[in-house]
Design a protein around this ligand. Structure first.
Ligand code: DGJ
Length: 735
């Protein structure tokens, strides 16, 4: 049994392989958080909770002397009663008050996990994966209920949480805030880790000690965003990659989110994650329910690597779905940086022909194939082929590409429209626009109102037509602007606070239509690069274009940061041309591939322009990737040296049976007169002998003495000299 309930003590102990998460029902009916950390066998943890108060400014809860709930760790706090810290939920009642008071009503424990309606979520393949606890809290006066769900994935060592609000009253109420998870810690001895950045430099790791007050990250952009990822971790100050306590919270959601840690006056920390309450409100009518997205909670006592491994395994196996979940990903060529909008059928075929000769498996036709799109001012919304560019249509072109031995993939941006399009002429009021205000475009495009099911259905129909007529094995779904002037004409003025969330539900709806109708198509999500690299997207699309920045050196930070939560099999990574189109940097072809191997791998350059020598190198790269891609994409990933703290980056993947490993070592800038280096490895079998660098060394030597990186500074021969140096080390169990 993974979830133990002690009836006598009213204590729940939710246990996974190595973790316990415990809570209890106080005699006042409050749900009290007791513990989250290393596994505890005891189910008598009620002593952790003390009705405690202070002769201070605080009010006494329920007028019980010396009991102030604000001094306790509360499981799902409301605002206004006597806990005045950040609430998890706030609801405006018909009488205008915002005070709610939820107390325990009942609970149930069952094997397996329920689906979340219309929302992406982790799933179980069968009930063996774990158990679910549902606790119902009730506000008797307001006749409202909250159902808190906790699912434990025992072997994956993760807990997922969600929350449902039910209006059992006869009145409309307005949900102003409904977070998916709240965890109170009675300590502030943590660093906060977040993944922050901007377009073309997404998910850089930022680590800062907690300070007093609220420290929050959020998105208000309509997408989970480039600037912040819906992830935070609290790590003990001494936690590093291998050691120390780390508590990770990640939201399975692709829209506006909030992740907050409040350190209160008693140095307790309250960590929260959920839909951003900013500009959100949800009118809930009698008998209606609202379901909040799922949050994933991961604790590791084995540092950041331990946390990452739990996220990687859970997401690879119990969030991603479809035939590609466990399949090696095709090596693709994408024509975007090769041609931008400037192509025709002949050019595409010529790229595909050379790509096929190199051993590439999938051709992806990016933006510019539809409507009369010759630049970014036109065509979005017109999901039919541009006959001037591609006279044989997508069906003819995809057939031709298939005949060359390649699969064919197509770029779409279904949520957007250009005013210069037939679609806009037909549906000028299907965009999000605030009455009497100017609507601002982003990249000349406007946002279709995906909160309107009719819009979603119409776009689905147009896309299905194209897909049905052609040989399409892959779709790249892009989204290239943040949301402004948000207002939907199909909702009345009281329901405008729903629009941002309903929009994302519309996106999920279209993904559901397409993934159910075309189960064999591989979807890759994208939003101006990585503005929606979140677990919500991974449920539909098992890979995501990590960043528009294809520069290998910039990618070190981006891929390193992304790997904190997301597995390599989810990271779109391409070798592109030099000078790089974002940084104008010239990195060696070898380094570009050595970075891109640690992802889904592909090329994004004009192969027609390559020299004979470059083509020969690329052929070798492709056959190398084919040989090792299952190790790269499904092995266990370790970070060895951080690009955020030094001029060196190193990481490695190890096969599950620990018989093979590949180490990637990168040194962006040449240094002068530096010492001789060793790089201690991780994750090997200490008793196995590995062949590497011409030597046979035991795992314990490689992990303690380290791999000799002697060629990382200029020696007598000039091997390994120069900027942007990189090298892969292949380890194989010795015979
Ligand atoms: C942004 C994407 O991130 C790029 O890869 C490319 O698809 C362009 N959009 C096309 O407009």
């Amino acid at each position: 049994m993974a979830i133990i309930y002690n009836e006598d003590k009213k204590v729940f102990n939710i246990k996974s392989k190595n973790t316990s998460y415990a809570l209890m029902v106080a005699d006042t009916g409050h749900l009290i958080h007791l513990y989250w950390g290393r596994k505890l066998e005891s189910n008598k943890l009620d002593y952790i909770f003390k009705k405690y108060g202070k002769g201070s400014f605080l009010a006494d809860t329920d007028n019980i002397d010396n009991f102030s709930i604000e001094l306790n760790t509360v499981e799902y706090p409301t605002y206004g009663h006597t806990d005045l810290r950040s609430p998890a939920i706030e609801i405006k009642l018909a009488n205008g008050t915002t005070l709610t008071d939820f107390r325990y009503e009942n609970h149930s424990i069952f094997r397996g996990k329920k689906e979340l309606r219309g929302l992406p979520a982790t799933y179980m393949e069968n009930d063996i994966d774990g158990e679910t606890l549902e606790i119902t809290l009730v506000d008797k006066l307001a006749e409202l209920r909250i159902v808190l769900s906790y699912t434990v994935f025992e072997e994956y060592d993760a807990i997922t949480r969600s929350c449902r609000v039910i209006n059992n009253s006869n009145n409309n109420v307005e949900i102003l805030r409904v977070l998916s998870a709240n965890v109170d810690f009675n300590s502030n001895e943590f660093d906060l880790i977040q993944l922050s950045g901007a377009w073309a430099r997404e998910r850089h790791m930022v680590r800062t000690p907690l300070r007093s007050g609220n420290q929050l990250i959020e998105s208000r952009r309509g997408a989970s965003s480039h600037d912040q990822n819906p992830f935070i971790a609290l790590a003990s100050h001494d936690a590093n990659e291998e050691y120390g306590d780390v508590y990770g919270l990640n939201l399975i959601y692709s829209g506006n989110f909030l992740a907050n840690v409040e350190v209160d006056m008693y140095n307790n920390s309250r960590a929260q994650i959920g839909i951003n309450p900013f500009d959100f409100s949800w009118l809930l009518e009698p008998n209606e329910e609202f379901e909040a997205p799922e949050a994933v909670l991961v604790y590791s006592s084995n540092g950041l690597t331990g946390m990452s491994h739990i996220f990687h395994d859970l997401y690879r196996k119990r969030l991603c779905r479809g035939v590609y979940r466990d399949k090696e990903r095709p090596i693709l060529i994408n024509n975007w940086e090769a041609t931008y909008f400037n192509f025709n059928g002949e050019k595409i075929k010529s790229i595909a022909k050379d790509a096929a000769d190199l051993g590439i498996e999938l051709f992806v036709l990016d933006d510019g194939w539809f409507g009369h799109r010759n630049d970014d001012t036109q065509g979005l919304g017109d999901w039919f082929v541009n006959i001037d560019k591609l006279p044989h249509g997508i069906s003819g072109l995809s057939k031709k590409i298939h005949d060359l031995g390649l699969k064919f993939g197509l770029w779409i941006e279904p949520e957007m429209v250009n005013k210069d399009s037939l679609f806009y002429q037909e549906h000028p009021h299907w965009t999000l626009e605030t009455p009497q205000r100017k609507s601002c475009h982003g990249r000349n495009q406007y946002i279709l109102d995906f909160s309107n099911p009719e819009v979603v259905e119409e776009i689905a129909e147009a896309l299905c037509k194209i897909i049905d007529d052609s040989y399409i094995s892959y779709i790249k779904w892009d989204m290239n602007r943040c949301m402004s002037e948000v207002y939907s004409s199909i909702h009345d003025h009281q329901s405008q606070g729903k629009v941002m969330h309903k929009y994302i539900l519309g996106v999920y709806r279209l993904y559901t239509i397409l993934t159910e109708k075309y189960p064999d198509i591989l979807f890759e999500s994208c939003a101006s690069g990585g503005a929606r690299f979140d677990p919500g997207m991974l449920y539909y699309a098992p890979q995501c274009w990590t960043s528009d920045d294809t520069d290998a050196i910039e990618r070190l930070k981006i891929q390193y940061g992304t790997s904190l939560v997301y597995p390599l099999s989810s990271m779109g990574s391409h070798v592109s041309a030099i000078p790089n189109h974002q940084t104008f940097r010239n990195t060696p072809l070898e380094t570009r591939a050595n970075v891109a191997y640690f992802g889904t791998f592909g090329y994004e350059l004009d192969v027609n322009q390559l020299t004979f020598e470059e083509k020969e190198i690329i052929k070798k790269q492709i056959s190398f990737m084919k040989q090792y891609r299952s190790l790269f994409q499904f092995g266990t990933f370790y970070r060895l040296k951080s690009p955020f703290t030094s001029n060196e980056t190193a990481w490695m993947v190890v096969s599950y049976d620990k018989t093979q490993a590949i180490v990637g070592y990168y040194r962006p800038l040449q240094e002068v007169n530096v010492g001789y280096r060793r790089l201690p490895l991780l994750g090997l079998d200490e008793d196995k002998m590995y062949h590497v660098n011409g030597l046979d060394l035991y795992g314990d030597e490689l992990m303690n003495v380290g791999l000799i990186i002697s060629d990382s500074s200029c020696g007598e021969n000039k091997d390994g000299c120069g900027d942007y140096y990189s090298k892969l080390y292949i380890l194989k169990e010795a015979e």
